[in-house]
Design a protein around this ligand. Structure first.
Ligand SMILES: *Cc1c(COP(=O)(O)O)cnc(C)c1O
Length: 421
């Protein structure tokens, strides 16, 4: 029996309506930018397996570091104990993070990194004797699938059934350059009327909202407004972190730095699940006390797993190499030249790019998981390219190691797909 057949018996897949979805494709191997299915077909991974495997699948440098670690220390409790991989990773990350970030709190995935950020923001005020339990977020945001993360997210397919059980959140439109003034006015009004603890946002690119881009100047003004009102700012860099926007972190595009940053996805280079919530000294100090109850009583069993830390250190080392930085520049330039041709196509609108993140909309209505969208997905796969259109948005977020030939093939297949409509 094929993997595909055996899978159907017991496995419940994420983000899937099993009654109407096709069976899952069995993947047996991955290397660099290529995935192989169980029939031997190859696919270029145009989205780096959800923005994780940025240095290529099964990267030998990373796998060798993790293998060596596995033979000396596999896992140990992180409450009361520490270890070299975690300490080394903290030193490496602090070197590249915006320089107001001083402390790191480990967890397992993007959603939990957000959960922790929200708890930090709320307890920060609680510890200072202030009751602030409301949050501010962008419309159409996506921050994950746990309850706190769902609360601050704006997409209703994901959180619809749980409305009424979620945290108290006010949503504002993301600034886009033309609405900046109105957004700031609305935020000021909400801030004056409610006890807002924190503001969470995806800096410059809202991934799940179909690579919707927001405006750095408008966002910077919002961050300043939050600072003036002692509202904790939380940059969800789960998607944008580690080189994808052309800088190590998207937050570097703004002059005002966030109080808290959420990291996951490319953090461990696609090898193992891990997340980190980073914060300023000021946040940490609000929990530092003779009173036990003022501590952050949150912890996951696999916190700071040594293997995941090793993968993360190796990933950061690769990101800092000249080769990787040159690759990033090459992809940015290739996207720019593809943008200039594709934007003339009559069925193409809203061409947008930030760093290696490239997107445009096909000029027809498509449901997020509707037939036309699926037709597009199937067309790409048949041509050997793995892309996941979001409704009528086609986007590319390739691994940094993608070759120029592979990248050009993605562009060619995308151009050909437009003849479907
Ligand atoms: C993917 C993502 C999350 C959730 O991360 P998981 O690891 O899937 O829980 C949160 N925020 C952003 C911006 C993301 O892209």
């Amino acid at each position: 029996m094929s993997l595909q057949e055996r899978d159907k018996k017991h496995i419940w897949h994420p983000l899937t309506q099993h009654k109407t979805s096709k069976a899952s494709l069995g993947i047996v191997k991955a290397s660099g930018s290529i995935l192989w299915d169980e029939k031997g077909n190859q696919y270029i991974d145009g989205i780096a397996s959800w923005y994780t495997a940025m240095y290529g699948h099964c990267n030998p440098y990373i796998t060798s570091k993790v293998t060596a670690q596995m033979l000396s220390l596999d896992q140990v409790v992180f409450s009361g104990f520490t270890h070299e991989p975690a300490v080394e990773l903290s030193e490496k990350l602090i070197e590249i993070l915006p320089n107001n970030q001083q402390k790191l709190f480990f967890s397992d995935n993007g959603s939990t990194s957000v959960e922790i950020a929200i708890k930090m923001a709320m307890q920060y005020h609680f510890n200072k004797g202030e009751k602030r339990t409301t949050l501010l977020a962008f419309e159409d945001g996506f921050h994950g699938d746990t309850f706190g993360a769902m609360s601050v997210s704006g997409l209703s397919v994901y959180n619809g059934p749980f409305e009424g059980l979620l945290l108290n959140v006010y949503r504002i439109p993301a600034p886009n350059g033309t609405n900046n003034k109105e957004v700031i006015e609305l935020a000021s009004k909400l801030i004056s009327e409610h006890a807002i603890a924190g503001f969470i946002y995806e800096p410059l690119v809202q991934g799940a909202a179909a690579m919707k881009m927001n405006n750095a100047e408008g966002l910077n003004k919002l961050l300043q407004l939050c600072n003036e009102n002692n509202i904790i700012t939380i940059a969800d860099e789960v998607m944008t972190g580690f080189g994808k926007t052309g800088t190590n972190f998207a937050s570097e595009h703004m002059a005002t730095q966030p109080d808290i940053i959420c990291l996951s996805k490319a953090l461990t280079a696609g090898l193992l699940p891990m997340a980190i919530t980073t914060c300023t000294q000021d946040i940490y100090d609000a929990f530092y006390s003779d009173e036990l109850a003022k501590g952050l009583f949150h912890g996951h069993t696999y916190t700071a797993n040594p293997l995941a830390c090793r993968a993360a250190i190796a990933g950061i080392e690769l990101l800092q190499t000249d080769t990787m930085q040159t690759n990033i520049k090459r992809i940015i330039a290739s996207h720019q030249s593809f943008a200039s041709t594709i934007k003339e196509h009559p069925k193409v609108k809203n061409v947008r790019q930030l760093g290696v993140i490239f997107a445009f909309d096909v000029d027809i209505e498509m449901e997020r998981y509707g037939d036309s969208r699926n037709q597009l997905f199937d067309f790409f796969m048949k041509q050997g390219v793995f892309l996941r259109p979001l409704g009528n948005t086609i986007y590319i977020l390739p691994p940094f190691v993608i070759t120029e030939d592979e990248l050009q093939k993605i562009y060619t297949v995308i151009e050909a797909s437009l003849a479907l409509f």
